[in-house]
Structure formats: C-alpha cells, structure tokens
Design a protein around this ligand. Structure first.
Ligand code: M6P
Ligand code: ZN
Length: 187
C-alpha cells in the first residue's frame, strides 16, 4: 500500500481562504443559468456567487476530501445565492459541513423527492447522510463560509439536479428566508 505524506493547510476562519491554495473553483451566476427560478440576466452573468477551495487527495476509497465554500450574500430576484447542489456519484457517500461564518440553509433531497432543510450558522455541524442531494444557500447579509469533508471516492452527480431541480426553494420574503415548494421540480 502506498502511503500519502501527512500535510497541513491553514484556514482563514472568517473568509474560508486556504493557504496554500491548491485548487479553487469560482462559480458565476452565468455558470448557474437554469438553476434559479428566473433566468440570469446578461448584466449579472459574470457575478461570482461562490468559491470552492479544495484540498485535493487521490479519489481512492478511504481517503477524505475536504474543501471550504464561501457564498457571497445576495439574491437573484429574491432567490438567495446558493451552490449548484449535487448527489454523490457513489450515492451512498455521506458528508459533513462545519459552518464557520454567516447564516445559511442546507437544502437536501432524496431521489424520491423528500426534502429536508437544516440551519447553517457559525458552529453548526451538518450531517448529510448518503442518498441525499445537498445544496447550501446563503440567507444572511454576510458571506456564508463552511468546511466540508467527505469520502474522496464520492464523485459528483450534477446532472440529476440540473434536470430535476430541488423540491423546495429558499426565497426572501419580507426580508426573511422562506422555504417554498419548487413549482418547476421534475423529480
Ligand atoms: C461543499 C462540498 C463540495 C462542493 C461545494 C459546492 O464544499 O459539498 O464538494 O463542491 O460545496 O457545491 P457544488 O459542488 O454543488 O457547487
Ligand atoms: Zn457533496
């Protein structure tokens, strides 16, 4: 068995920035066209909604992948900024989130369309069991920052969410978050 060499990463608890930075993915509103209830206007396509900094390890069974995600505050016509969301390609793989800053909602759904919504805030540890798609939503006025850890062989299934959406949406109503059924859900 070939062993990985132990290593350390510094995490800025306020903004989620990792040092050294190894792999950074930025997603703009344009990258997420079709995922919000309304289509993304040309003028907002280049806006960065969130950044994911990964600590890469080989995608082998037994390894643990971790990453920080920082979601900027804001809405697209009342639908809060959020991640794309995904099932794991190996659907039984679980995941843990530790929220470091901000206020959010963790929206989850099973393949059968059962929804679950859990609060995210500084100090919450969220457990996403295997079999649940997951998306995080920033419902606060500050960046939502969290650390995720999950099996490195989990993989991403984005297609199912791109095709079906989530059964519920998190919308801003009178300045506060409200969870409502997604009229466009195709599960
Ligand atoms: C968390 C983890 C990552 C994921 C990121 C953004 O950090 O679940 O694996 O990449 O959120 O979510 P998504 O990949 O759905 O855009
Ligand atoms: Zn995941």
């Amino acid at each position: 068995m070939s062993l990985l060499t132990p290593f350390t990463t510094m995490l800025d608890l306020a903004d989620g920035v990792l040092t050294p930075q190894r792999k950074l993915v930025e997603r703009t509103l344009g990258d997420m066209d079709g995922m919000y209830a309304v289509s993304v206007p040309e003028s907002r396509r280049n806006e960065v909604v969130y950044r994911v900094s990964e600590i890469p390890v080989p995608p082998a069974e037994g390894n643990l992948l971790s990453s920080t995600t920082t979601i900027e505050p804001g809405t697209l016509e009342g639908e809060y900024h959020m991640t794309k969301g995904h099932f794991h390609a190996k659907i039984d793989r679980a995941e843990i989130y530790l929220t470091l800053a901000g206020e959010g909602r963790l929206v989850m759904a099973t393949e059968d369309g059962e929804p679950a919504v859990e609060p995210m805030g500084r100090g919450t540890i969220s457990y996403v069991p295997g079999g649940w798609a997951h998306r995080s939503v920033n419902v606060g006025a500050e960046p939502l920052v969290f650390l995720a850890a999950f099996p490195a062989d989990a993989g991403y299934d984005y297609e199912t969410i791109e095709e079906q959406g989530f059964p519920v949406l998190v919308l801003e109503r009178n300045g506060a978050p409200e969870v409502v059924p997604n009229p466009r859900y195709r599960g």
